[in-house]
Structures are given as structure tokens and as C-alpha cells.
Design a protein around this ligand. Structure first.
Ligand SMILES: Cc1ncc(COP(=O)(O)O)c(C=O)c1O
Length: 864
């Protein structure tokens, strides 16, 4: 059987194809003009404990808890539970990103005033310096604050927000030398006491999520910066309303703070994701203010679940005692894993200054503060130890452990869209973002997916649907509904929907059956079994067998496959690939390589031009092919479909079943939904995996034609395909696949889709690609769809799969926020089908920068 794979794992030459894509016109720009100005450091500081204060609903006492925490932190002796207690003075940073009802309501001012009174009441030592500032407000809110001055200056802030920048300061000299600090900041305020999205719209002061995050980022940096040497710091970011209350743009707050920053592309009227460094989600751990009233258990649990579903950690739940003992069912629900604290009833009389209530709550706030500080130190300790522990307990695939020093282990705290959030422990602890340029072994599709609608009245209402959150929600639902259910002779919705979508999508026009498995290698083994049977049927072997005529004949079935291809690491899949580093004696002494392996023509870009390298055996006959490739070279058009297409046709003529291994290429990896679409011919059997589920959970599928299926049909069970895996057609995998298949091809959710052509638009900037392909460090380059691969100029032991030649380049790129993993001296950038071309352009710029440095060092080495 013919086994075609469009991915060659240990070579950079990808499928010899160029796409029928019109490259969008670009002006003749060069690196100097394309480069962004120097970027700010990328890190979210982790050195100081920073917590989000969430609430299951509005008016449950978030600000009272923030105030109580600040008093416990600033006005009592240092906690003995952390080493930070050695610091002589302290700082409590309170940030309120979104405030409505301003100026009559101001949570930051409330905290400022109350702490001032509490510090006097408790005769705080050391001295306390307090400040409260409000940075931006709507124009109407600003008018109430600065009515005289305002008229001339209103509208200074583009979105109708006014740069209010007011600050109130209070020095409470309690004696003693060291000065502790309370810093309160409201970032954006609106006048009406309604939901922020409504207030923002009514007061013409819509603020995008990116603006909120940018400002929060700035305030955190300023607030946490220089203080670590001399101060013990605790920071809280208090949200507005409930966990799922909308922010000013309409995004739910639980999504807003886990969101990547986006900006509007003024030319094309849709939203693009900004440069990877700008992507800075805040996955700070949280305190959830629950509801002690009737109905509060339900609201509190819902809020808790909403946070967990989005990957937030909640370290404690706190609520006001309403005499209903809500803590008992809550603690039982949380299985005592999250502490639940109960505050005394809050006096309702508005003339009550709450001083006595704060005194009565003092112990609860002390406990809460201790929980927060200790959870923080435990988190840091765990992150700090993880690399060492990993080296002791893991056996990593494709890894020579002796070559991985502890300091090079990447500690991934979480994933946000296309980025890893990586823990950095050197100097200052922080979480930094690295673009996952391996697409986590070529599986990834989730991005900060975008959907933009134009509001009738004003400019944009930006609705951002985050694919990762969507997938997580679907996974949660499916796990809750099905868990795992056995597949044979059963049907359930996710599996049925997924099979139907596959047959109507990647299998359209040829496949009629979907056979589910867990991973690419097993999908290949299933395909081989199918193909063996089909071949045996078509060539009378099966009939002979059934008639007991085979005793005399030795039947040796072989595959016809391409050299350099890779079909997985299980023993059967390995038999179908040509000898390589993976199949050699060191790896697999059983390997025989049961195939005829052809050397295919390979296509690449070098010095800005597409080129074709021909195997020896094709030289004499290839003139016609070469012509086609030269025609294609200028604009990413198709190259050489002939070689594989002719091979497929020849196999057909000889009744040899054809398998397409689309485990790597399927689902837009190369710019079309399948590589078969690009080849212009269809297989008898095809295998899919990796991007099939959007990269969230393992699943693979082998699709087959009716004719292949029919070769297994009969009266005896023994004639059926007796192959299966415990998790075949896993409901969560199928649900993720159904979502991803639809998501990737819908222009509403994937702005890269050129729907009329069923192709992705060009993602890699042609000029940059050409410049890189002309770089002296590069031997050849291929860009196709989501893949940009290049082979470094390397000779001798610097070349090949075992080479460490690219290590220094990749180290530099990781420092620059791009996580890559080499295939020897071949390196690649890989994005997802929804990644913005702008982001790809920035990746290319970084790659070029890295190559420049790499080349300089190499030249020095050569000169020595
Ligand atoms: C073309 C191709 N086929 C098969 C496989 C094996 O898939 P898996 O790793 O899921 O077993 C891979 C994996 O990289 C692949 O690239």
C-alpha cells in the first residue's frame, strides 16, 4: 500500500507544495522599518503576593475584606508564617480597576479613609503613609469632581474618558522610624451606579479590555517595583460586582483578567492580536467573597466554579454570617480543600463607622492574611523546586537527560492562548510569556480567538471569544455528562457529531467511515490493517485464505512510502517508515522496515527563491516538473503536486490502497483543511490527530471509504477489524474535535479563513521570509500554512538529528519570548490556524534578530 505523509520529521523539507494563494500586496519594507520600538520587560511580577478579590455577587463586602486585610497586614505584627516578616516596613497595594457610582462611591477612598481611622484607633507603629488616587474617569464623573476646570480639557482621552489623575495623601505619624504604606488606586471610574458595561456605554466612556489590562499592568509594575528590598508587600486587585459581571467592554470579568491584550487594526476593521510580548494575562490567585444569605450557597458555588473553569486558583472563601451556617455545606462541597472563613454580621446602620466591626473581625482577617501569605510562599516554593523534581522523576520523550541541566527546564505555570506562562526564578520571581512555537508538538490551535461586531451607534463592540475557555467549558460539560463511555455498538452525541463533521469535512467526497483511536501512531496502525485487508481482498489473497489455499504461499505485504517520512513511534507504525534515527538499532532492534521507500523531490526556499532538489532517480524524467515549480516560485503557489498525485494514480491503477497520513498536515496545518485538498486527489484511507481536537485532548481518527469498510464485512466476527483502545471515541475528545473542526473553518471565529478559497490567508510575511532565506546562517527554508521551517548551515557533527548546533540560538529566542525546540540543525516556528499574520511577522523579526546574533558568534568561532 502507498503510505503518504506530508511531514518529514527529521528534515525541514515539507510537502512539495505551494499554495494557490494570492499574497497580499505589501510595500517594500525592510527590517529597520518593520521593527517595533524596544519592548518593555515581559514579566508579571511574582515576587510579592498578589491576589484578586472576587465576589459571587455585588454588595457582599469585597471592599470590607480588602480593608480588613490591609489593617491586618499593616497594623499588626508581621506574620511569622513567611520569611518576609524580616522587613522593617510594609506596603499594601490596593488596585480597583473598575469603579462605578463614582465619585459618591469609591472603594479605594473607602479603604483609604477606614484604614486611616483604624490606624489612629490602633495607634499604629511604625508611621503610616496613605494615598488614594483615581486615574481615569468618565467625563460626567469627572465633572462632579472638577466641574470648573473640566470644560476646556474634556475628551482628552480618546474613548471619552478623562485623565482625572487626582491623588489624596495622608501621613499618620504613629511614631517609629520606618514608614509603612497604603497605596490605593482606582484605575477607571464611571458616574452611574450600574454595571460597568452600561455605565461605560451611557457615559460614552467605553474602555477596552486591553486598556484595563495595560493600566493594571502599569500600576502593578509601579506599585511592586523597587519595594522588594526594603518592604514586605501585599497587593490586592479588587474586581467589580460578581465574578461573571460584565466589565466596561461587556466581557465578563472572569474572562477579562485571563484575556490577552488585543488592539484594533485601523486599516482592516478587525481586531488583531498584538505582539506576543503584549500578551499578559493575569492569572493571580484569588479570594472569593461568598454569600451568607439565603440562596448564597448556590451563588457562591457557581462563582467558584466559574473561576476554576477559567484556570484560576481560589485560596479561600469568605462571607458574612447571616445565621444560616452556609459554611457547612460550602466546606462540604469544597471537601475542606479551600478554607471557608465567616465574618461577623456587618452593621446595617449607615452612621456606624464600622470600627468595632473591624475589631471584631480582626482574627478572621489575620487568618485570611496568613492563608494568603502562606499560599503564596508555598506556590513559589513549589515552582522553585519543580525543575529539580522533574529531573528526578520524569523520563522525557525524545530527550537525552544528560543534556538537560536543571536551569534549562521550562516551568510552565499555565497556557494562555498560544503562550506558555513560564516561571522564572532567577533574580526576581516572575511569570513570563513565551510563544509556543512548537505548537506543543504540532497539536495546538487555541488562540485568543476573535469575533468582532460593529455597533450601530459608536465604534466597535469587541466581543472576544476565547477558544481555550470555550473548549474548557465544553470539556467540563462533556465530562460531567458522559465521563467516558464504551464505544463499540454504542452511540452518543459527541462521537456522532464528530464523525459526521469529519465525513462532511476532511473526508468529504470519498470517506464514509470514521474509526476513532487515541493518537497518530495508532491511527496509522489501524490504517495499515485496513489497507492490508483491502489489498488482500482486491488481489484474491483473502479468498485464498478463506479457501485454505495459502499454506503454500508466503505472503509478504509491504508499504510503498517516502523516505524521510515519519508515522509514529509504535512498532507497527515504525515498520512503515524508512530507516532513520528513530528506527535504528539503538532505538528499535526489531525494526526491519517493511517497505519500498522512495526518495521524493523536495522544495525549499533559498536566497529568496523557491528551488527543487531532485533525487538521483528522477533526474532524467523531471524537466516538466521543474517548469511548474519555477512558475510557482514567486507567490506561494502550488508546487509539484505531480509527484504524489502520479504516485497515487499509479497505485490506483494497480489496486494498491492509498493511505494519507494527515496526522500532522490535517486541519489547516499547511493552510488548507487537508493536504489532500492541496494535492487534488483523494486517498482510500486517511489518518488525523494532533489539531483534530484543537490541541486540548488526545484523539485520532482513521477515515476510510466504503470499499475499505466492505472488505471487513461478513458473517463472522473474526472478519471484523479486531482493533480497539480503552479510550476509543472518548466523549471529551470527540466534543473538542467537533468544536475545533467548526471553529477553524468558520470565518466568524477564524479571521484567517478565506472562505471562498477554503484556505488560510498568508501568515508569514513574504519579504521577511525572503530576507531570512537569504541569511548566511540559513541553508534552506520552507513556509507553508502555519509552518515556517529552516535548516541552518551546518556540516559534520553539527548537522543531523543528534546535533546541538541550534542550542544557543534557541536559548536566545526563549529569552526573547519564543519557545522553540529543534530537530537537530533544523528549527521551526509553528502557529495555529487562527494566529494573526502580525504575530507571525513579529516572530519572524525575532527569528531574524536571533540569527544575526547566532551568525556573529559563529563567525567569531570560525575566525579563532
Ligand atoms: C505525520 C505523522 N504521523 C504520525 C505521527 C504520530 O502521531 P502521535 O505522536 O500522535 O502518535 C506523527 C507525529 O508527529 C506525525 O507527524
Amino acid at each position: 500500500m502507498l503510505l503518504l505523509s506530508n511531514h518529514h520529521r527529521h528534515r525541514s523539507s515539507l510537502l512539495p507544495l505551494l499554495r494557490l494563494l494570492h499574497h497580499r500586496h505589501r510595500s517594500n519594507q525592510h527590517f529597520s522599518t518593520l521593527s517595533h520600538p524596544p519592548l518593555r520587560p515581559l514579566d508579571v511580577p511574582l515576587s510579592q503576593p498578589t491576589y484578586m478579590i472576587w465576589s459571587s455577587n455585588t454588595s457582599l463586602g469585597k471592599t470590607l475584606v480588602s480593608t480588613g486585610l490591609s489593617s491586618s497586614f499593616l497594623l499588626s505584627a508581621s506574620s511569622s508564617s513567611t520569611s518576609l516578616s524580616l522587613f522593617p516596613s510594609k506596603k499594601f497595594l490596593y488596585l480597583k480597576p473598575i469603579q462605578t457610582g463614582f465619585p459618591s462611591d469609591s472603594d479605594s477612598r473607602f479603604l483609604f479613609n477606614k484604614l486611616s481611622s483604624l490606624s489612629l484607633r490602633r495607634q499604629a507603629r511604625p508611621s503610616l503613609s496613605l494615598s488614594d488616587s483615581v486615574i481615569y474617569s468618565s467625563v460626567s464623573a469627572a465633572k462632579s469632581v472638577l466641574s470648573d476646570k473640566l470644560q476646556a480639557q474634556a475628551k482628552e482621552f480618546g474613548s471619552g474618558m478623562y485623565n482625572l489623575n487626582i491623588r489624596e495623601v495622608n501621613e499618620n505619624s504613629g511614631g517609629g522610624e520606618a514608614v509603612s504604606e497604603l497605596v490605593c488606586k482606582t484605575l477607571f471610574a464611571w458616574e452611574e451606579a450600574v454595571s460597568p458595561h452600561l455605565a461605560a456605554e451611557r457615559e460614552s466612556g467605553v474602555v477596552g479590555d486591553s486598556e484595563v489590562l495595560e493600566m493594571l499592568d502599569k500600576c502593578l509594575r509601579e506599585g511592586l517595583k523597587s519595594d522588594r528590598e526594603r518592604m514586605e508587600v501585599l497587593c490586592v486587585v479588587e474586581t467589580a460586582g460578581g465574578v461573571a459581571s460584565p466589565g466596561p467592554s461587556g466581557s465578563l470579568q472572569c474572562d477579562l483578567y485571563r484575556r490577552v491584550i488585543v488592539c484594533r487594526d485601523s486599516n482592516s476593521n478587525f481586531v488583531i492580536i498584538m505582539f506576543s510580548e503584549e500578551v499578559r494575562p493575569f492569572r493571580f490567585p484569588g479570594i472569593l467573597i461568598g454569600d451568607g444569605r439565603l440562596g448564597g450557597i448556590s451563588g457562591t458555588i457557581s462563582a467558584y466554579e466559574s473561576l476554576k473553569l477559567r484556570g484560576y486558583d481560589v485560596v479561600a472563601v469568605v462571607f458574612e454570617d447571616h445565621g444560616l451556617v452556609n459554611e457547612v455545606p460550602l466546606m462540604s462541597y469544597l471537601r475542606n480543600r479551600v478554607p471557608v472563613l465567616v465574618l461577623p454580621p456587618i452593621p446595617q446602620d449607615s452612621s456606624n463607622d464600622l470600627m468595632e466591626w473591624f475589631d471584631a473581625s480582626h482574627n478572621v482577617f489575620n487568618s485570611l492574611k496568613d492563608i494568603m501569605l502562606s499560599a503564596h510562599s508555598k506556590r513559589i516554593q513549589r515552582l522553585h523546586d519543580m525543575a529539580k523534581r522533574a529531573g528526578e522523576v520524569f523520563w522525557w520523550p525524545f530527550t537525552q537527560h544528560g543534556l538537560v541541566p536543571e536551569e534549562t527546564v521550562t516551568i510552565i505555570d499555565s497556557r494562555c492562548g498560544e503562550n506558555f506562562s513560564v516561571y522564572k526564578g532567577q533574580d526576581i520571581e516572575s511569570i513570563t510569556q513565551q510563544f509556543d512555537a512548537c505548537a506543543s508538538w504540532w497539536t495546538q490551535g487555541p488562540d485568543a480567538a476573535l469575533q468582532v461586531t460593529l455597533s450601530q451607534m459608536t465604534s466597535f463592540v469587541i466581543e472576544i471569544l476565547w477558544f481555550q475557555t470555550e473548549l474548557a467549558r465544553d470539556m467540563g460539560y462533556t465530562a460531567a455528562r458522559f465521563g467516558h463511555v464504551m464505544f463499540p455498538e454504542n452511540v452518543y452525541e459527541p462521537a456522532l457529531e464528530c464523525a459526521e463533521l469529519l465525513l462532511d469535512g476532511v473526508g468529504k467526497g470519498w470517506a464514509s467511515r470514521a474509526y476513532f483511536s487515541d493518537n497518530g501512531s495508532t491511527a496509522i496502525e489501524i490504517a495499515l490493517k485496513m489497507a492490508f485487508r483491502k489489498f488482500s481482498c482486491d488481489h484474491g489473497i483473502l479468498l485464498d485464505f478463506l479457501n485454505n489455499n495459502t499454506a503454500e504461499r508466503v505472503i509478504k505485504l509491504k508499504v510503498l512510502a517516502l523516505k524521510g517520512s515519519y508515522h509514529g513511534d509504535t512498532l507497527g507504525a515504525m515498520e512503515a517508515q524508512a530507516p532513520s534515527s528513530y528506527t535504528g538499532f539503538l532505538q528499535q532492534p526489531w525494526y526491519t522496515g517493511r517497505g519500498l521507500f522512495l526518495d521524493p523531490p523536495r522544495v525549499f526556499m533559498c536566497n529568496s527563491k523557491w528551488d527543487l532538489s531532485l533525487p538521483e532517480w528522477l533526474h532524467a524524467k523531471i524537466v516538466k516538473l521543474q517548469d511548474m515549480i519555477i512558475h510557482a516560485a514567486g507567490g506561494m503557489h502550488m508546487i509539484d503536486p505531480l509527484f504524489q498525485r502520479i504516485l497515487v494514480n499509479e497505485c490506483r491503477n494497480r489496486k494498491i490502497p492509498v493511505i494519507f497520513d494527515e496526522v500532522f498536515t490535517g486541519f489547516w496545518r499547511l493552510g488548507a483543511e487537508t493536504a489532500a485538498d492541496m494535492l487534488g486527489c483523494v486517498p482510500d484511507i486517511a489518518c488525523f490527530g494532533k489539531l483534530l481536537t484543537g490541541g486540548v485532548i488526545p484523539l485520532a481518527v482513521t477515515l476510510a471509504t466504503d470499499a475499505v469498510f466492505d472488505s471487513f464485512v461478513g458473517d463472522s466476527k473474526l472478519k471484523a477489524l479486531l482493533h480497539g483502545h480503552s479510550y476509543s471515541a472518548h466523549a471529551m475528545g470527540c466534543a473538542a474535535a467537533a468544536k475545533s473542526i467548526k471553529w477553524f473553518k468558520d470565518p466568524q471565529t477564524n479571521v484567517n479563513i478565506i472562505s471562498e478559497q477554503k484556505l488560510l490567508r498568508e501568515l508569514w510575511d513574504l519579504e521577511l521570509v525572503q530576507q531570512i532565506s537569504s541569511h548566511p546562517a540559513i541553508r534552506r527554508m520552507v513556509t507553508l500554512g502555519t509552518v515556517c521551517a529552516l535548516e541552518l548551515q551546518a556540516e559534520g557533527c553539527n548537522a543531523g538529528y543528534g546535533s546541538l548546533y541550534a542550542s544557543s540560538l534557541l536559548r536566545k529566542l526563549r529569552e526573547d519570548g519564543v519557545y522553540m525546540r529543534p530537530l537537530g540543525h533544523v528549527i521551526y516556528l509553528m502557529c495555529g490556524p487562527c494566529t494573526s499574520p502580525e504575530l507571525c511577522r513579529q516572530l519572524l523579526i525575532k527569528l531574524h534578530r536571533g540569527l544575526e546574533d547566532f551568525n556573529r558568534v559563529e563567525e567569531k568561532v570560525r575566525a579563532c
